[in-house]
Write a protein that binds this ligand. Structure first.
Ligand code: PHB
Length: 393
């Protein structure tokens, strides 16, 4: 389901109120326009994540007013379906056919790797608003590729130590079997073992399957002290509910990277209560920027913001740095890149800076679900920087 022919203009007195879809024939480039492409999942288990990113991004841009730098903004979208097999084609469509000035994408690590390969050929500016593939800001890093979210190494790096501190030494790790889950597991193992823990079993389900019965039965018979996991979006809802329904919640505490309970708490209900995670954001962060952001997001979209909305919003703030430096002319690529490299982002997650490899250096929080809210119960790691192995930027 592709929407690449839809162009969306920011116009009128309020950027958000003025959003309307216009279909135009042809793709000729209008120099009075800033062309922005979204390559995101709009269908499948990560559909809600894609929409939150787009919403957050547009909220940031709306802060620029009606016609930033005297220009209109045109939006192009492609539904990448979280399907790595279609990533190269989709990236080519948006970068080459639609010829956008910048691509905001994507959520799924495997799709992101395909995008990056194309971006390294086309030189297109890319801002990754979620996908954590370590190589994106590691061995495959590139001057034109930036990330406003995290590397998969980051969120689970502090998790093992926290579990040991809470008295759990024998753990099972459960995940979808693809890049993001495997990298989250590797990082968890590193931290957990360093703290004296032992991963007694790794359990996998293929992405995006949600048939968890077999692994829940296995967990019950293994009787670990705790379970750690990586799931997100629709899959996270199902896993958390199935875990509770299997009667495991009270005897074997559930942990994970914070994606497990982000944007899905309402759907998970009671089954999520007490889950502890580590993440660079939590709904309950009590700083002025987060409170204002959540209020503005609620007013604009009648929904609660989550980490994906924040990452999209921060992608917008990062792009604004580039637009300010170039007076809205992103063809001045060197200037745009240098502005983004030096960026300090005043984010709802707390302010963060861009690493040499173009990944956020940021705080990670210990988060616990209490009364239907992701509450911050501590700082798990201050100013955590991804090792960026193999990046020679
Ligand atoms: C990923 O594929 O990198 C990914 C997807 C969803 C998340 C986190 C990471 O919530």
């Amino acid at each position: 389901m592709f929407n690449t022919n839809r162009r969306q203009f920011l116009a009128g007195t309020s950027a958000l109120a003025g959003l309307s879809f216009l279909s135009l024939a042809g793709c000729s480039k209008n120099n009075d326009a800033i062309r922005i492409g979204f390559m995101l999942p709009y269908t499948g288990t990560y559909a809600k994540l894609g929409m939150a990113i787009e919403n957050g991004f547009k909220l940031a841009l709306s802060e620029l007013g009606d016609s930033p730098f005297g220009k209109t903004i045109e939006f192009f979208t492609v539904d990448d379906e979280s399907n790595p097999a279609k990533a190269t084609d989709n990236a080519n469509k948006i970068m080459t056919r639609d010829n956008v000035d910048v691509v905001i994408g994507t959520v799924h690590s495997g799709v992101a790797m395909g995008m990056i390969k194309v971006a390294r050929e086309t030189g297109s500016l890319v801002i990754i608003p979620n996908a954590g593939a370590n190589a994106a800001t590691g061995a495959m890093c590139a001057s034109n590729v930036f990330r406003t979210s995290f590397s998969n190494w980051q969120p689970t790096h502090p998790l093992g130590r926290i579990m040991v501190e809470q008295g759990h030494r024998r753990s099972v790790f459960v995940t979808w079997k693809y890049g993001a889950g495997e990298e989250a597991l590797a990082s968890f193992r590193e931290g957990f073992e360093a703290a004296g823990g032992e991963v007694i079993k790794e359990l996998f389900v293929p992405f995006p399957n949600v048939e968890f019965q077999a692994i829940l039965t296995e967990i019950a018979s293994l009787k670990p002290d705790a379970v750690a996991c990586f799931f997100a979006g629709g899959g996270a809802v199902k896993f958390v509910k199935d875990y509770a329904a299997a009667g495991l919640k009270s005897s074997i505490p559930l942990y994970g990277s914070g994606f497990l309970t982000e944007g899905v708490l309402e759907a998970q209900g009671e089954s999520a209560e007490g889950i502890t995670t580590t993440l660079h954001y939590a709904d309950g962060l009590q700083n002025a920027k987060n409170l204002a952001f959540r209020k503005a997001y609620r007013a604009a979209y009648s929904e609660e913001a989550d980490v994906y909305a924040v990452q999209g919003y921060d992608a917008g703030l990062l792009l604004i740095k580039a637009l300010q430096e170039t007076s809205g002319d992103l063809s001045l690529k060197a200037e745009a890149i240098s502005a983004m490299e030096g960026a300090e982002i005043d984010s709802p997650r707390g302010s963060w800076i861009m690493s040499r490899a173009h990944n956020p250096i940021q705080n990670f929080y210990t988060v616990r679900v209490e009364n239907g809210i992701n509450n911050v119960v501590g700082t798990a790691w201050e100013g955590l920087e991804d090792p960026a192995s193999g990046c020679d930027l």
